[in-house]
Ligand binder design. Structure first.
Ligand code: ADP
Ligand code: ZN
Length: 605
């Protein structure tokens, strides 16, 4: 690992931002958070993924005297953060089980000599009593608790070790504590305050909007074909495809490779070596790669240039959907997401919640979160407005960057067909699934309709005004709205809920969204704006790949795409000019300045 460059001890946040990070100014709430923490205050920082949370603790930790402790749940996350900080010339280290004895020895030497700026550590490691005793005797600049929503038992990232962190308040009196999360969930916010003993902390809430992400949500018809059509518009880019099951992950990855799209699987049952290798290949970003994964792949994926996220199945809640799609476009450049969902998924998800072990009140909350997501799926309006409103944020105008805004969905008066559908359910004893009910409505004679005498029912064949697809869509939307649900005892059988009665009686009208095909954006709309000079951008990309390989770090740790694009545009011919490019601080200029200038000169020759 490279040697760290000593920092001038007296530097303030503005100066460090410029000289060390090579950035020109703060974003959003960063400045407010940093000045609050510099003054010794505790803070809870809620910022969307890609919002720039890291600076909120890195800067005060570097500018206040003493060691900054950063609690982080994942080794992979620590490793990349440490690599990135060291590239900036900051003395950062991570204590975890993955490091060598030699490295551990060096970290301890640095700790004893007060030479370390930032220490990344997992909660269970930090809370070892001897270690806490040791740290209590040193000067600590701040304690940051990253991914703070891990204290929330309602969320899917709960880690019980996080609960121990409340003790830090007593252990380190006077040391500012900063909890950070990208979880927009209102419930988690209250829990973070309470469970981390941050009663007096100031809360900094940023908008959770991710304007560079384009949302597409569409009914699942033939998923593989839909996926391929989407990926066609993302050639040469890296992204994530989420599937619900390990089998689906394996099959989808294999199918993509058969279609000439390089894809790797990732799920909990892969041998640890393979899993790590696949993750590393994806994070390294040396070539376009699709990572097909279960949600086991996710938290702490800080790869900034994930260009797309696809959900082949419905996620468990709106929060999960938002967090998973949020992994796209952290660098702020355009990114796109696609969610395919169908009746089966919807029923399966509801069943997973109702059949789960959780107490009743937890199940109620989970069903509510699931229904928020279904509401977003079925809205005929702007997706972003619908999503943000679930997080208590009002977007005054439709966003213009979601499928609904780009291709407005039509609604239609479905009152009469809905009544026919409900009636077909009731007359068949609420014991059948969608397939059979559609057969009844369309008057299709099958072995089943004959066996149960359903071909004699007055509803048999009353629904010929719609085709099979339209009926399936109608049932899905009725389920999404909670008008019908699946019977707990007979899997797949539909029953009517209380909400169905007024519709059946004709007292309430129902308007549904007409299914439209997603028109995925043309690649040209989204191509990375490399100042027009894509050839030069490519040259720089290769140079970056070479350096990254040499240093054994992911490419983005060396330079972000945006930095390369800025270099390609500025075409600097001196070190001084290169140093003016955003994203190039002192340390990177020293390390790579000459190499980059040489590559530019060669490309120009
Ligand atoms: P988060 O942890 O909130 O997801 P990061 O801290 O990883 O976000 O920052 C996301 C990206 O934004 C990074 O590439 C980072 O370099 C960049 N960034 C953060 N703050 C600024 C800033 N003030 N100016 C320019 N880029 C920034
Ligand atoms: Zn929109």
């Amino acid at each position: 690992m490279d040697a760290a460059v000593a920092l001038p001890i007296t530097a303030g946040p503005d100066e460090v931002l410029r000289t060390v990070f090579g950035l020109r100014g703060f974003r959003g709430q960063q400045e407010a958070v940093i000045s609050h923490v510099m003054d010794g205050g505790d803070a809870i920082v809620l910022m969307p993924t890609g919002g720039g949370k890291s600076l909120c603790y890195q800067l005060p930790a570097m500018c206040r005297p003493g060691l900054g402790i950063i609690v982080s749940p994942l080794i992979a996350l620590m490793r990349n953060q440490v690599a990135a900080m060291r590239q900036l010339g900051v003395n950062a280290a991570a204590l975890n089980s993955a490091i060598s004895a030699e490295e551990r020895g060096r970290i301890w030497d640095d700790l004893r000599a007060d030479r370390l700026d930032l220490l990344y550590v997992a909660p269970e490691r930090l809370m070892i009593p001897d270690f806490l005793d040791f740290l209590s005797g040193r000067q600590v600049s701040l304690i940051a608790i990253d991914e703070a929503h891990c204290v929330s038992q309602w969320g899917h990232d709960f880690r019980k070790e996080y609960l121990m962190l409340a003790e830090l308040k007593e252990r380190f009196p006077g040391v500012p504590r900063v909890a950070l999360t990208a979880t927009a969930d209102v419930q988690s916010r209250a829990e973070i305050r309470q469970r981390l003993a941050l009663e007096g902390a100031e809360m900094f809430i940023s908008s959770f909007d991710r304007p560079n992400i384009r949302y597409n949500i569409t009914p699942k018809a033939s998923p593989m074909r839909q996926l391929l059509a989407f990926l066609k518009t993302h050639e040469g880019e890296s992204g994530i495809v989420y599937c619900l099951s390990r089998n689906a992950v394996e099959e989808t990855a294999a199918a993509l490779n058969n279609h000439g799209i390089k894809a790797l699987p990732y799920h909990a049952k892969l041998p640890p070596n393979t899993r790590a290798a696949n993750q590393d290949a994806f994070l390294a970003g040396e070539e376009a790669l699709v990572l097909v994964a279960t949600i086991a792949f996710g938290m702490g994926i800080d790869k900034p240039d994930v260009r797309f996220v696809v959900h082949m199945d419905l996620p468990g809640s709106l929060e999960a959907f938002y967090q998973e799609t949020g992994r796209a476009g952290r660098d702020g450049a355009p990114a796109e997401t696609l969610l395919l969902y169908g009746m089966q998924d919807l029923m399966l998800r509801k069943k997973m919640i109702t059949d789960g072990e959780a107490p009743e009140e937890v199940k109620r909350v989970e069903l509510g979160k699931m229904e928020s997501l279904l509401g977003v799926c079925e809205t005929a309006g702007c997706r972003r407005q619908a999503i943000l409103s679930c997080f208590g944020e009002i977007l005054p105008e439709p966003c213009g960057n979601c499928d609904s805004c780009i291709t407005p969905a039509e609604t239609w008066d479905a009152t009469t067909p809905a009544r026919k559908a409900l009636s077909a359910m009731l007359r068949t004893g609420q014991r059948f699934g969608v397939g059979h009910l559609v057969d009844v409505l369309l008057g299709v004679e099958t072995e089943k309709t004959t066996r149960f005498g359903h071909d004699k029912l007055p509803t048999f064949g009353v629904g010929k005004e719609l085709d099979k697809k339209a009926w399936q869509s109608l049932f899905r939307q009725l389920a999404a709205r909670g008008v019908v649900e699946t019977d707990h005892d007979q899997y797949g059988a539909l029953v009517m809920t209380q909400a169905g009665r007024p519709i059946l009686r004709g007292e309430e009208q129902i308007h549904l969204r007409r299914d439209v095909k997603v028109r995925v954006s043309k690649r040209a709309d989204r191509a990375f704006a490399a100042g027009g000079d894509t050839a030069l951008f490519e040259v720089l990309r290769q140079e970056r790949a070479r350096i990254a390989k040499e240093q054994k770090v992911p490419a983005y740790v060396i330079f972000h795409d945006a930095t390369l694009a800025a270099i390609a545009e500025a075409k600097p011919s001196s070190l001084a000019a290169l140093g003016e490019v955003p994203g190039i601080g002192r340390s990177k200029l020293e390390r790579y300045g000459e190499t980059i200038l040489a590559a530019l000169a060669q490309a120009a020759a």
